[in-house]
Ligand binder design. Sequence first.
Ligand code: ADP
Ligand code: MG
Length: 643
Amino acid sequence: MKRNHLLLAIVGVAALLLFPVGIHNPYYIHLLETIMIYAIVLFGLDIVVGYTGQVSLGHAGLFGIGAYTAGVLVFKLAAPLWITLPAAVLITAGFGALLALPALRVSGPYLAMVTLAFGTIIQILINEMSFLTEGPLGIKLEKPSLFGHKLDDREFYWLVVVLMVLALVVVHRILRSHLGRAFEALRGSPVASDCMGVSVYRYKVYAFVISAGFAGLAGSLYAYSEQYISPNSYNFELTVLFLLAVIMGGRKSRIGSLVGAAIIVLLPKLLDDIEMFRYVSVGLALLVALTAVIGIQKGRATWQQMAIPVVGSVALAALSFWLKTMTDWRLSIFGVIMLFVVYYLQDGIVGFVRNALNLKSRPTDDAENEDPSHLPSVSDGMSVTQAGTGELLNANGVLMQFGGLKALNNVDLSIRRGTIHGLIGPNGSGKSTMMNVLTGIYVPTAGTILFAGKSVVGRSSSDIALSGIARTFQNVQLFGEMTALQNVMVGLHHTFDSNLVDVSLHLPRYKRENLQATARGMALLRFVGLAPLAHEEARNLPYGKQRVLEIARALALDPQLLLLDEPAAGLTAPDIKELISIIRKIREHGVTVILIEHHMDVVMSMCDTVTVLDFGQKIAEGEPAKVQADEKVIEAYLGGTAT
Ligand code: ADP
Ligand code: MG
């Protein structure tokens, strides 16, 4: 499989390079060049849209900044290529950080609007700052020189091919690394990312900055390619086209970006020419039908699923023969095709083909293809922390107020090292709130919390996680589209020191860290009995497995304290038994556990100490047997169940 991919890639690149040798028409060369330049933008946009799950309508603006950085540097300073390209990347990346700021506060439609405003402001600024940009007149520039040699159209095309391939490789490597996993985790569950030590704040900004860097590179190439730039090229229409291209091509896919770029460049041209349109629509209909037939034969798809794409593309082909001319229909057809793809092929064209032909969307992680014999020996992925004795966590007078409600009212909690500490109470008594306070999701209204002697209050969730508190969630918070192994590897994010350069160049440091993390991730999955499901997407796992996967992911943080919020909820009896043995093993490794649980038998058989909450107040504490016999506790539970 791997060899096939390589072969395909070589053939593809060779075809791109040889294209202008075979075809001399400068129009087609320029068309292909534009597709590749747009593809570079889309590689970057896909990081933001496909991986982190944010919307950006600011990318035409960023593309414009890249173009104008190159244009102005050439126009004002006659700067050479080796200055203009890096400058465009860096300056645009800086603006990317600016664009990330609203993404930290708002999301969804609000973010779409703010990023759109960003793009519009950029366009206006380019228009108004005539002293720098020549305003509406625009800037003319020539093809650049390289090593003292002025590139002609064909040579510049080759430069674009090389840079596009480089961009593709770099983006691909970034997205396959711990950085890519961090981006994807944001989309899956921001709160879980933070609690795994992956700061949502930092990685959102990071994603926008990297994404913008690619838009900058593409913009500067575009300036040279067109040899003329003016403010209204970077308008609303372009930004919507970029977004549509990612969605149509298929998010989370480099091939999808290439397909998307080809569509937005070629489709308008196609719709200019009725003859051409007929050929292509018939070809497309045949292709879709073929894909559907193969998909159905392989049992990957049903007639119902395939009917609409097939009928749609056949209808398009029929329409092309019915129409006499294109001129009146161009925009309508363009719009309908876009709508059709976005609505019916939600995973884009690449996703549709992949799904129908059962091509695995995610080949195994790099490290797994290596010989495991020289891996560091990891028995079960957990390091044994010296249990020690004494107090690990001390909460004093914790008050958590939501409006008038005191979800926690003056609660003291003391957790001894190496113990399993039960936290019980009726629904709504404040147990989960306590965990949220301990992990920095809520900042308590009053009170102190010391963990290993250091205050927790006011620190960010990711910071607290890295200092040694890991958790699971009452409502499972996995990164659904990522595999079980990748979920655990997000928890291992803290074991990576590699930066963007290490990742892009696959330097030894990154290779070593990736190998170790993969081995540890697998070991942790073995520890909880999930190794056979390592490459299954988390959302496809049975509920019970999802719960233990969350525990494995939490253990990846190497925590001193593990908080489990109702881990047995919704589990079958055999699953619960297995869970109990896992929690026991965790304690044997010296990890202290706080366990919220409703199953009394679980609590009573495992916990060293139990704390009981009711209406946000601590009503009892002590050994399980004693607590169980406590009158107040019995009353709270009976009262709780009776109402
Ligand atoms: P438990 O986990 O013990 O069932 P919780 O800690 O989830 O209970 O909730 C305790 C109380 O705090 C409930 O009354 C709940 O409605 C309230 N609460 C929890 N989180 C919030 C919030 N973010 N805003 C307002 N009220 C909240
Ligand atoms: Mg709860």
